[in-house]
Design a protein around this ligand. Structure first.
Ligand SMILES: C[S@@+](CC[C@H](N)C(=O)[O-])C[C@H]1O[C@@H](n2cnc3c(N)ncnc32)[C@H](O)[C@@H]1O
Length: 358
């Protein structure tokens, strides 16, 4: 899976156990990101709908959530990956922009990414294999990048992994149907569903996924956009259309409250952490409109940027990081007996301590 800010690796089994405890057959992952949680829900037997505003997330969801392993021709997939991997490198926009003007990837990998991405477009565009092949390429590129996990900057010296050869691997597809929507959660929440179980994991602060992962947006859109700045960000990063209410301090609380009102699901689980703009008591009050609320809290390591500290453009450490750990919350809300069952299941799997909120 790609390196991703706010990815819920540790919470995945907890959320899966919660969904299983209420026998969820129809599940929603409204800010799906890497699709980790959606995959777990699908593995647990639910028909999952995965939603995100990001283009790369849509591709990941079309691969892992929407594709049914039973209907994908495995031989054709393996052949296609072998064929793509054998293409000789051919420098294009990706190499020039992300290996020469900036240093996110080494040119030997950038040239192969250019050639493979062109071939996916030309030979597999519109086919059921396309999202699977693109996912394989995204994940391969992520394994050889030269960043700390976000694409606002690259590291000064080439990261050791960037010397490795790009390697296309077969994404492990899951059996069963699923659905994908790219769009704004605020608009989609009232029109999707109904669901037995919904998981919501919105952004917590001003850091935009569109700019943090602009290279993945471009690798998927394959539109060679004009760019700006040292990180060669897409110019449309400046457009209002690529911004999210969840990254704006003044708009976020109401956007979240509205989405919480609109989602059509019996049981809803909301992820948040103690660095958010909204405090736990306020979140609790928003969730209480849906019924009983229980809160599970998990001690967690902060993202890698916080671990390595704050550096100026020449690489010198310039700031201090206030703390290296935070608290991740899961707020479980809905009909009382379902909430109690899910919270108990979550605690058993996660060993979490129940926070006595409000
Ligand atoms: C905290 S991340 C989700 C991480 C995900 N749970 C995982 O484990 O990978 C938040 C996600 O919300 C998406 N997002 C931001 N604003 C959005 C909006 N208005 N509508 C839908 N998705 C949005 C971002 O693209 C990002 O993938």
């Amino acid at each position: 899976m790609i390196k991703y800010l706010g990815s819920k690796r540790r919470l995945v089994p907890v959320i899966g156990a919660m969904a299983a405890s209420v026998g969820a057959r129809r599940a929603l992952d409204l800010f799906t990101g890497t699709t980790r949680v959606a995959q777990e829900l699908k593995r647990a037997g639910a028909v999952v709908t995965a939603v995100d505003s990001a283009r790369y997330s849509e591709v990941l969801a079309r691969c892992y959530v929407e594709s049914d392993a039973r209907t994908i021709d495995r031989t054709a997939l393996v052949d296609a990956l072998r064929d793509l991997a054998a293409r000789p490198g051919r420098p294009g926009y990706f190499t020039e922009t992300f290996c020469q003007r900036s240093r996110f990837f080494q040119p030997h990998n950038g040239e192969r990414i250019d050639a493979i991405r062109d071939a996916i477009e030309d030979d597999f565009g519109g086919s059921s294999l396309q999202p699977v092949l693109l996912t394989s390429l995204l994940q391969a590129a992520d394994r050889v990048d030269s960043t700390t996990g976000v694409q606002m900057a690259y590291v000064k010296q080439w990261a050791p992994r960037s010397y490795n050869q790009l390697e296309l691997r077969e994404p492990p597809l899951l059996e069963g149907p699923g659905h994908t929507h790219r769009g704004d959660a605020c608009e989609l929440a009232p029109i999707l569903g109904p669901f037995d179980f919904a998981y919501l994991d919105p952004p917590y602060n001003q850091h935009r996924y569109f700019t943090n992962y602009h290279i993945w947006e471009t690798l998927v859109a394959w539109d060679a956009p004009p760019h700006y700045g040292v990180a060669c960000k897409r110019v449309d990063a400046r457009d209002g259309s690529t911004r999210s209410a969840f990254n704006r301090r003044r708009e976020m609380p109401e956007a979240l409250a509205q989405v919480l009102r609109d989602v059509r699901a019996d049981l809803l689980v909301l992820s948040y952490n103690d660095e958010s703009w909204v405090i736990l008591d306020e979140l609790h009050a928003m969730c209480a409109e849906r019924g009983l609320v229980e809160v599970l809290a998990f001690d967690s390591k902060r993202y890698v940027g916080a671990q390595i500290g704050i550096h100026n453009p020449s690489g010198a450490r310039v700031g201090t990081v206030s703390r290296l750990r935070n608290v991740e919350y899961l707020l479980v809300c809905g009909e009382a007996s379902a909430v109690r069952r899910a919270a108990t299941a979550g605690r058993e799997v996660g060993g979490a301590e129940l926070v006595s909120a409000v």
